[in-house]
Design a protein around this ligand. Structure first.
Ligand code: SAH
Length: 278
């Protein structure tokens, strides 16, 4: 089996995922079930920006933790005048993000680096916002990642994080009875560990942050899976070319698995914000 470490996984799938997920490598938030995916994925970025108070002042220094191919970072630079440092563990991601920045009118305001968010090596107190968009599920040591966000935030700075979460703590029975489903998810999405939102709140507090709000977006996020399935059908040839017939089939099948897990209440999509006291 190919390596499912997040860096290897993302290096392998990024080109295909541009067909399947689009330029934003995250879920969408839908106001109507039949909206285009790009409208909904941009809405999640806007929703995060509202909760993270990106519009508080121009020129905010943002650490984008797990920056994908740079689309959210460029959006924050263009919309809120933010100065963004994006980090990702995938070299493919860094290369593509830099290429997109070079072609963007706000490219001067974004920098992309290859770094592990669990030990990012960046200077303490050097950011006003930590932006963690759908990357934490890929990190085995989430408390370390959140502690790194807290360390690199300036006093008064804010963390905003969204991701897939467990709707309730998983029992051993849940895991055993769905071994096939979880295995398929691992093949399609790489090695991931989800956690309930409460756990994130606890890690924030342990890192010295004060939790401000938590929002469940599960119901509004669910139509994302319909769009991904449509993309898998519409772009089958291109995707198979990039990740093979098995990779394409695993992705399509994993959408159905995710839908079931959402409906059973085992998975959801959530957002949390916290701040570092002055
Ligand atoms: N935030 C982006 C990308 C989400 S995909 C967007 O919304 O478009 C998840 C991202 O997390 C990928 O870029 C992946 O390389 C990155 N990632 C996974 N593990 C990481 C780690 N330990 N440190 C930094 N980035 C990581």
């Amino acid at each position: 089996m190919a390596s499912d470490r997040p860096e290897d996984h993302y290096d392998r799938v990024t080109a295909a995922w541009r067909y399947l997920l689009g330029e934003n490598l995250h879920w969408g938030v839908f106001d109507a079930d039949d909206e285009p995916l790009t409208v909904a994925t941009d809405r999640l970025t806007s929703r995060m920006a509202e909760h993270g108070r990106l519009a508080d002042a121009p020129g905010l220094r943002v650490l984008d933790v797990g920056c994908g191919i740079g689309t959210p970072a460029l959006h924050l630079a263009a919309t809120y005048d933010a100065v963004v440092t994006g980090i990702t563990i995938s070299q493919q991601g860094v290369d593509l993000a830099r290429r997109k920045a070079a072609a963007s009118p706000v490219g001067q305001r974004v920098t992309f680096l290859k770094a592990d968010a669990q030990d990012n090596g960046l200077p303490a107190a050097s950011f006003d916002r930590a932006w963690v968009m759908e990357s934490s599920h890929l990190m085995p040591d989430k408390p370390a990642m959140i502690a790194e966000c807290a360390r690199t935030l300036a006093p008064g700075g804010r963390l905003v994080l969204c991701d897939l979460v467990h709707g309730r703590p998983l029992t051993q029975r849940d895991v055993l009875s769905r071994a096939k489903a979880f295995n398929l998810l691992r093949l399609a999405f790489g090695r991931a560990v989800m956690a309930p939102l409460d756990a994130y709140a606890g890690w924030c507090e342990a890192a010295g942050l004060v939790v401000d709000d938590r929002v469940d977006l599960g119901a509004a996020a669910l139509p994302t899976l319909d769009r991904w399935e449509e993309n898998a059908r519409d772009h089958a040839a291109a995707v198979i070319d990039l990740i093979g017939a098995q990779g394409h089939a695993d992705f399509a099948a994993s959408c159905a698995v995710l839908r079931d897990l959402f409906r059973e209440g085992l998975l959801s999509y959530a957002l949390i914000t916290a701040h570092k006291p002055d």
